[in-house]
Design a protein around this ligand. Sequence first.
Ligand SMILES: Nc1nc2c(c(=O)[nH]1)N(C=O)[C@@H](CNc1ccc(C(=O)N[C@@H](CCC(=O)O)C(=O)O)cc1)CN2
Ligand SMILES: Nc1nc2c(ncn2[C@@H]2O[C@H](COP(=O)(O)OP(=O)(O)OP(=O)(O)O)[C@@H](O)[C@H]2O)c(=O)[nH]1
Ligand SMILES: [Mg+2]
Length: 493
Amino acid sequence: MLTQDTIVALATPSGAGAIAVIRVSGKDAIGIASSVFRSVHEKELSEQKTHTIHLGHIVDETKTYDQVLVSIFKNPHSYTGEDVVEISCHGSPYIQQQIIQLFLRKGCRMANAGEFTLRAFLNGKLDLSQAEAVADLIASDNEASHQIAMQQMRGGFSNEIQKLREELMNFASLIELELDFSEEDVEFADRTQFKELLDRIENVLKRLIDSFAVGNVIKNGIPVAIVGEPNVGKSTLLNALLNEERAIVSDIAGTTRDTIEDEIAIGGIGFRFIDTAGIRDTKDVVESIGIQKTFEKIEQAQVVVYLVDSSELKMESPSVPTRDIPALPAGRSPERGELSLILMEIQKIKNKYPQKPLIVVANKVDQLSKEKLQKLEKNLLVILNASEKSDHLLLSAKTGQGVDKLQEHLLSLVNTGALRNNETIVTNTRHYDALLKALEEVRKVQEGLAMGISGDLLAIDIRQALYHFGEITGEITSDDLLGNIFANFCIGK
Ligand SMILES: Nc1nc2c(c(=O)[nH]1)N(C=O)[C@@H](CNc1ccc(C(=O)N[C@@H](CCC(=O)O)C(=O)O)cc1)CN2
Ligand SMILES: Nc1nc2c(ncn2[C@@H]2O[C@H](COP(=O)(O)OP(=O)(O)OP(=O)(O)O)[C@@H](O)[C@H]2O)c(=O)[nH]1
Ligand SMILES: [Mg+2]
């Protein structure tokens, strides 16, 4: 399907650069380009072969705009499947805009977000999941997300779905054929083979669905909440992890009022660190809103780093029984830095999120003497004994000592097994939803088969499952869906 309009857009980022690329696609792309291009060798653009590059100038009746290189792609041999011309001009925003406006005057229209890739999809150059991967690829900022997007763009995921879809389609046809012979009670579809196929499909779907947990985390970065009392050094730790003065640090307790988040890759995996407002009882309204938000962030986080100020830690009570919170003398509430208070806070988090990995980190160890450091190690073991799920580390956010250990530890928590095995990982919510629905339908077919229901009913559920497979690759789409997907692309893609 070739669309009527010829579209133009800047393919490179806006702003100044060494070179900028303007992309034109559609049936008049070459004709329009040739009307404003003067080749240094007086070549006629429309007579040039596909995939060739030509040096010349962009001109109109009044002036010369720039010296450029023009690349020609002839349909169907282009990214969009249409005639495509790319103009590589000098990267001044003024030149870029002048040339784009010239093409608009000559009859092009400004491309919508994602319209080049939409056309590639409509012309069968990419399926829908591959087109979506193009957007993921552009957004990828670490090795893991890049690898997944690349695999999906090459068609790894679609191929897997496509194969299952075809096999299922064959059975659907056979069963539907039986319906035509219903008088004669024939069986074209071998029920044992069919059951085997359904079991296989069920397993693949389950694996893909399970992979979404990993995929989602890799795509968006693993959220790690940094929490603890005020002034223990949470913001300093955030800055140390990001290697950037991202958050304000001060010796005033209650400096961070709102949460601050930023992402960085560790060992090829994206982590999103969330610096939070220090937890304490406060009458300050703004601060307490911040603290409330801290608890929301703990909820959303996959890992919690609980930071303790070891220079303030009161270590008089090391003989705490393994699992219990130490009892306080009657009538006295615990003070800041007191082990029992810290244990209580940690226990609260653990009770609320028993599954969430919690790392207790003792900060400011640069301020401790050797003896105090040893005492601290012992006390931390007490803290840790409160649960098997947590771990502990000693570090100094200020000097950076031990921060690498924390990074290594975070990395060790991530299940990257699937990544290493080169398995298909689902990262897209739309695909995930379709897979869940497909699995539901496949299970209905399995049940129906087990109960020996009639072929016509079986066929309905099979068609339903096929429908959801088709949603992923784009055999089944709606304008709304396409609009939604491509609106999230950038212009020029
Ligand atoms: N300059 C430029 N760089 C780019 C792109 C582009 O459109 N232009 N791409 C856009 O995102 C990516 C590359 N993707 C592309 C995919 C297919 C074709 C293409 O011409 N395909 C033809 C011919 C293949 C062949 O030579 O055999 C075809 O499919 O028939 C071009 C670019 C990244 N780099
Ligand atoms: N000596 C030493 N000082 C540190 C270390 N980490 C942080 N500090 C200091 O501790 C003070 C508090 O640090 P912040 O990072 O602002 O603490 P915070 O936990 O974010 O505090 P709130 O935002 O108020 O909850 C600052 O004066 C830091 O310079 C460390 O490892 N060693
Ligand atoms: Mg802070």
